[in-house]
Write a protein that binds this ligand. Structure first.
Ligand code: FDA
Length: 581
């Protein structure tokens, strides 16, 4: 008899919890989800879905479904800085990699484009597929406490429908319970940083703004308007939820003055000012506030309990990194739990989760907060403080043909350049490098040198710890298929070339159910463009060991021609990565 109600209990059905459940269910693991509310996200929240997160959706087979609910990439990025949507346009920035100078980098870097999917549309797609693949769930169920022992975790929850408490016994517990995580607190995770260092008011409203934005499509517009200038961003925000008739208006407010004034007449007037249309018909759907956090846990797990997502990294939406990082936390953890539960890896490998994901969390918390601070220099160019009307005076200065005007325009150019670190930061999004017990460094490789700015540009690499570079191969039907498509899907992949016969034989001899061999150049994974040949950084008779999450665990750069040699290398590498004797 099985003493466990489930193998993995996931608390939280947000991007972290739903992705963890989807991946685990896909890998055939018994997983149960609980959430304290009656349904999933009921407000738009996260939208920007970056390439690494879309790659996760692709690996889990839901990319196409997610795309149906997304604002497509090409409509995402002509970000405006204006005095109102109808008023003076002060600057434009090509964002989210849509600019002519950057789009090629993004296309080269991934088989997936960026998507803009409000969380209230994305969560149901992930959650529904998790449940369709066997995950079980209960809503209205609140996590209360847990106790862990040598074999599992006993979790006490409260059923709010029938007002009773009961326990669930699981082998592992995932705390995906968001920024106020009780589970992170219960396992004593040390959260470093500051919570609530600023605050923003949001209004979700319906109004057709097509005539103001259709010709310069973007999901984000910054408005220099009186009444929306409080705080470090110093501008109001119009954020498209559905192009171009559902929007969020946002502005900073002073927490010391208490809650913002959400009187309908007041917000209608504010939104009309941001749009620049005094007669605009507005249907207000909801109001909310959120606080700017700058905090990250120094470690993500304890024993059999693992926290991910906002439970361990808390930061503002600038740079759009929150749900993206959450999805990737979950994807990193899920295959590891699956491998331990299936007996392919030792529990010790699970330590790699925190070692790999915590540095990413720390980095994105810093980045998202810096992206807010970086609005300072723009504000300095747009405003002349001390003038009766600082915005009008600022605009006049910006158009001044005198040397002072030239100086301000030069300063604005530099200030806008800084925004690339928020809006065109492909490196921040894709350049993760993992170091942990589940990654074996390549002793021949030396220290990685960054050819270009690490935050702005992807540096694809086959170094252990990097994500397998994407490039297009050709399948047996003559169709293009990504290197990421022929790997992953819950399995390790041994990637070699046509000359890698010794590796193929070694893998064959090992005969492991979780290891596939990918011979690039062979039928089905042909390299007619010679793309892989250019970027693989290893000999054609060398090999890469790629993990189920697409990250490279180990590589053998020089050629190996001898079957026994290859067998020994591969066996040793797998044992080290999986922490098996
Ligand atoms: P999340 O908070 O989404 O989910 C927590 C889950 O835990 C919920 O299901 C909740 O019911 C459950 N729960 C909590 N306590 C519980 C308990 N005791 N018992 C049972 N269940 C419990 N990110 C991004 O990538 N791009 C973007 O553009 C933006 N934009 C953005 C805008 C705004 C306004 C906000 C507030 C946030 C963003 N984000 C973002 C951030 C993003 O929304 C956030 O990072 C993710 O929702 C985090 O996902 P999680 O699943 O970790 O937590």
């Amino acid at each position: 008899m099985n003493d466990f109600d489930t193998d993995v209990l996931v608390v939280g059905t947000g991007p972290t919890g739903s992705t963890a459940a989807l991946a685990l269910a896909t890998y055939g693991i018994r997983v149960h989800l609980v959430s304290r509310w009656n349904w999933l996200a009921n407000t738009p929240r996260a939208h920007i879905t970056n390439q690494r997160a879309v790659e996760v959706l692709r690996d889990l087979g839901i990319e196409e479904e997610a795309k149906k609910y997304a604002t497509p990439w090409e409509l995402m990025g002509d970000t405006l800085f204006t005095t109102s949507l109808a008023g003076d346009e002060i600057a434009r920035v090509r964002t989210w990699g849509t600019g002519d100078d950057r789009v090629g980098d993004y296309i080269l870097g991934s088989p997936c484009g960026l998507l803009d999917i409000p969380q209230l549309y994305l969560e149901p797609v992930i959650f529904k597929n998790a449940v369709a693949r066997g995950a079980t769930y209960t809503f209205n169920t609140e996590y209360l406490s847990h106790v862990q022992d040598d074999t599992g975790v006993t979790v006490t929850v409260r059923d709010h429908l029938f007002n009773r408490d009961y326990t669930i016994r699981a082998k592992y517990l995932i705390g995906a319970d968001g920024a106020r995580s009780q589970i992170a607190e219960d396992i004593g995770l040390e959260i470093e940083g500051t919570m609530g260092r600023a605050a923003t008011a949001y209004v979700l409203f319906n109004a057709d703004l097509s005539r103001y934005v259709e010709h310069r499509p973007s999901i984000l517009h910054w408005i220099m308007a009186p009444g929306s200038s409080f705080g470090e961003i110093g501008m109001g925000l119009l954020r498209a939820i559905r192009p171009w008739n559902k929007w969020i208006a946002g502005w900073g407010y002073n927490m010391a003055d208490g809650d913002p004034n959400f009187d309908p007449a007041e917000i209608t007037s504010k939104i009309r000012t941001l749009v620049g249309d005094p007669d605009l018909e507005i249907d207000i759907e909801a109001t909310s506030t959120w606080q700017v956090n700058q905090a990250c846990a120094s470690h993500y797990s304890k024993g059999r309990v693992f926290c991910g997502g906002d439970a361990v990294h808390r930061h503002p939406p600038s740079s759009g990194l929150g749900s993206n990082t959450s999805v990737q936390d979950a994807f990193n953890l899920a295959w590891k739990l699956a491998f331990v539960l299936q007996g392919y890896a030792d529990h010790a490998m699970l330590e790699s989760y925190s070692h790999e994901r915590q540095p990413v969390g720390r980095q994105i918390v810093a980045r998202a907060n810096q992206s807010r601070v970086d609005y300072g220099p723009i504000n300095e160019c747009f405003r002349t403080e001390g003038a009766a009307d600082p915005i009008a005076a600022g605009l006049e200065r910006l158009r001044d043909p005198s040397p002072e005007g030239v100086e301000v325009r030069d300063a604005l150019g530099r200030a806008l350049e800084l925004k690339n670190y928020e809006f065109n930061a492909q490196g921040v999004e894709l350049n993760q490098r993992y170091e942990s017990c589940a990654i074996i460094p390549d002793p021949t490789a030396g220290q990685e040198e960054w050819a270009r700015d690490r935050e702005l540009y992807l540096q694809a690499s086959t170094r252990p710890g990097a994500k397998l570079p994407h490039t297009w191969l050709v399948d047996s039907n003559g169709l293009r298929t990504s290197t990421l498509d022929v790997t992953g899907k819950g399995q390790f992949s041994l990637v070699t070339g046509l000359a890698g016969t010794a590796w193929v034989n070694a893998a064959h001899k090992l005969d492991l159910p979780f290891l596939r061999t990918v011979v690039i150049g062979a039928k089905g994974t042909d390299d007619p463009y010679r793309n892989w040949q250019r970027i693989r950084e290893i000999h054609e008779a060398g090999a890469l060991l790629v993990r189920p999450d697409g990250y490279i665990a180990w590589r053998h750069s020089p050629a190996i021609w001898d079957d026994n040699d290859a067998f020994e290398h591969l066996q040793t590498a797998l044992a080290a990565v999986l922490a098996t004797p």
